[in-house]
Ligand binder design. Structure first.
Ligand SMILES: Nc1ncnc2c1ncn2[C@@H]1O[C@H](COP(=O)(O)OP(=O)(O)OP(=O)(O)O)[C@@H](O)[C@H]1O
Ligand SMILES: [Mg+2]
Length: 408
């Protein structure tokens, strides 16, 4: 697991003015949210009854209410060596509980958990903490992280999750250290993440995730991906409405252009963000690269011209993949990313269509160059070898610091 990470700057802007960016006060947002918080517009099916009051959310039968002392023992007093990560919301610690009683157990025994502790000065605050509880208390899917419970005691707000042994996709793609993810694993991650989003979008009461990015895709011991961080999630439009009007929230580099410009949120905003992550998987480069200037600073701007061109695509492919992919497989994924990144939201595919394409890619026998080599008796590789000597020149100097900067 990664160490303590750089914290992203979080800023707010009004939906009507994407350019007017101002910081929100964590204190103000927390106190106003505490008095009466009802989550979002109406849901009309039994799985997502709303609006739910804070009391209803906190008394969800699926969530355990932990005392602060219990979580203190479970994490060995929030010891620095239990720290596994840091985000805008706060610090994440590793801990242990008894899987039957859910009480703190001896470190190293029972069930491993991740405990997220809200920073007192967090800009995200109570409202997002509660939104996370609301959604993850109700929605269950193999590609959504499991929320076990929470702690609300005085100023302390914590969330308790299943522990995801391989940490975030961001750590694996952009940090020095871990073994590079293979092409097969990257496709598996794309498929699982698409399945998670598809589940949210196709729910009877649609949920728009709004914060799809590599750091929010967590990986279990077998690299199965699960979406985490539902603090920004929103109920999708209902009735004749085509969109939900919101303050622009999300992360720079991942948020859809029309959403940033107008604050009009649709499920297609998530599809755009999915396209950005797909591009990160293909290129091994972060959505925003602070170490680069000009076109290369923004991954989408840099990569778009190559995505639809079979002959040029190799220029943006991650050299760490060492040509494991077949040309056809890489082109399929790149074309899909291009569709997801269409500036015209309506032209983007729906998540279930994205999922179908990725499942087909995963099922393809010649997913990797290796499997083709095996088929051909490991003799001929030239027909599928995507790489050229020029690749060296476009090898990215990958930064170790996190790149995500939240807009809003
Ligand atoms: N359930 C979990 N199991 C294991 N590690 C986790 C878990 N949740 C979070 N982490 C680790 O903690 C890090 C920080 O997570 P967090 O969600 O707080 O912030 P972030 O997603 O990196 O940033 P942001 O605040 O912008 O969403 C993750 O990148 C991951 O490495
Ligand atoms: Mg996160």
């Amino acid at each position: 697991m990664g160490n303590c990470l750089d914290s992203p700057a979080r800023v707010d802007a009004q939906a009507s003015s994407a350019s007017a960016v101002s910081k929100s006060s964590s204190k103000a947002s927390r106190s106003s949210a505490l008095s009466s918080l009802a989550i979002s517009p109406s849901y009309n099916d039994s799985s997502l009854p709303t609006p739910r009051s804070e009391g209803e959310i906190l008394s969800s039968p699926n969530l355990k209410s932990f005392s602060f002392n219990e979580l203190k023992s479970a994490t060995r007093n929030f010891r620095p060596d239990s720290l596994v990560g840091e985000g805008g919301f706060g610090y994440v610690f590793k801990g242990w509980i008894n899987e039957n009683t859910l009480t703190a157990s001896k470190p190293g025994t029972g069930m491993v958990i991740a405990v997220k502790k809200l920073k007192q000065e967090s800009f995200q605050g109570h409202k997002e903490w509660l939104t996370e509880l609301h959604y993850l208390g109700l929605l269950h899917h193999p590609n959504l992280v499991k929320l076990i419970g929470y702690c609300l005691e005085g100023e302390n707000r914590l969330l308790v999750y299943e522990f995801m042994a391989k940490g975030s996709l961001e750590n694996h793609l952009f940090r020095r250290g871990p073994q590079p993810l293979s092409w097969t694993t990257r496709v598996k991650i794309a498929v699982g993440a698409a399945r998670g989003l598809c589940f949210l979008h196709d729910a009877k009461s649609q949920v728009i995730y709004r914060d799809f990015k590599a750091s929010n895709i967590l990986l279990d011991a077998d690299f199965n991906p699960k979406l985490s961080d539902f603090g920004l999630a929103k109920a999708g439009p209902t009735g004749d409405n085509t969109h939900v009007s919101t303050r622009v929230m999300g992360t720079r580099g991942y948020a859809a252009p029309e959403y940033i410009a107008t604050g009009r949120l649709t499920a297609k905003s998530d599809v755009y963000s999915f396209g950005v992550v797909l591009l990160e998987l293909l290129s091994g480069r972060p959505a925003v690269d602070k170490t680069k200037v000009g076109t290369e600073h923004n991954l989408v701007d840099w990569a778009i011209p190559y995505l639809g061109d079979r002959r040029k695509l190799f220029r943006i492919m991650d050299t760490k993949l060492e040509g494991q992919y077949s040309q056809k497989g890489a082109y399929t994924a790149a074309s899909l990313a291009l569709q997801c990144l269409n500036t015209e939201a309506k032209m983007r595919p729906r998540m279930c269509e994205v999922l179908t394409t990725l499942e087909q890619l995963e099922a393809t026998k010649n997913l990797t160059r290796l499997s083709l080599m095996e088929k051909n008796g490991r003799t001929q590789t030239s027909a599928v070898n995507f790489h050229s000597p020029n690749l060296k020149s476009c090898s990215p100097a990958l930064p170790s610091a996190r790149q995500g900067t939240r807009t809003h």
